[in-house]
Design a binder for this molecule. Sequence first.
Ligand code: SAM
Length: 290
Amino acid sequence: MQNNLSSETLPPLREVIREYDLRAKKSFGQNFLLDLNLTSKIARVAGDLTNSIVYEVGPGPGGLTRGLLSNGAHRVVAVEMDQRCLPALTDISNAYQSKLTVIHGDALKIDEPAAMQLEPGFKARIASNLPYNVGTLLFIKWLTLDEWLPWYSSLTLMFQKEVAERIVAKPNTKAYGRLSVLAQWRGNVRIAMNVPAAAFTPPPKVDSAIIHFEPSEPIDKSVNLKDLELVVEKAFGQRRKMLRASLKSLPVDTIELLNMSNIQETARAETLSVADFVRLAKHYQLLRTA
Ligand code: SAM
């Protein structure tokens, strides 16, 4: 560990990896970004960081963490499971006057607002080059919080490109599915940049992309998350079938449900807009409680 470093004298990431012997481990989903220009660019996608407390999952040797701090983040709270990375992260914390807090643990088990110790007047943002094995789980956790609008203002996240394309997909495309409806129901989402496999060390098999998500007010506040998740799951569970067949296992009269929702019995899941699914969920709720 080095105490005399400043933000200007932190060594290049390749040196950090050599010094602390941080060879990437597959079991931790480790593919590191070592180009600080790239990590700085990703940090800028997250927005104005000077008024933000940023939560980062999996800082690893700290490439994105350094990008977030050099772009003026008020504070960064990072959760890392791999103990080997902690000394390198302590160097960054020292260089940035303790603006970085590192928690050694599993991001799937963290209560983020408590860990972040949010302060009034600051926005909470999440920015992460997610470990692929838990990325979608965490994204769904952050999209399905009961309290909406949620405690965070934005998510800036790395996904495999194919997953990012599913998140932003529009109706009548192959990629459109449960993840698209959930994300686009809860906010505005876009692919902010593509990141080729070659940008990582070691390079993964597929390209990646950064998505930026900002939560928005619900289209219809009376719709319940569980009902929406259920109708979307049933509809896409058999995406080739017409809705009158794919929704049949719901404990209501399927034809009545579709008629009330003003959706054709012969339509298929991928032709429905997010607003259609919201109507379907609302009428499902009415019928099941009637
Ligand atoms: N942010 C770094 C970068 O961009 O170079 C590392 C990204 S790497 C894809 C994912 C990181 O997440 C690794 O450092 C890994 O150890 C960590 N990690 C994996 N599973 C985790 C979990 N459940 N909780 C916290 N960190 C985790």
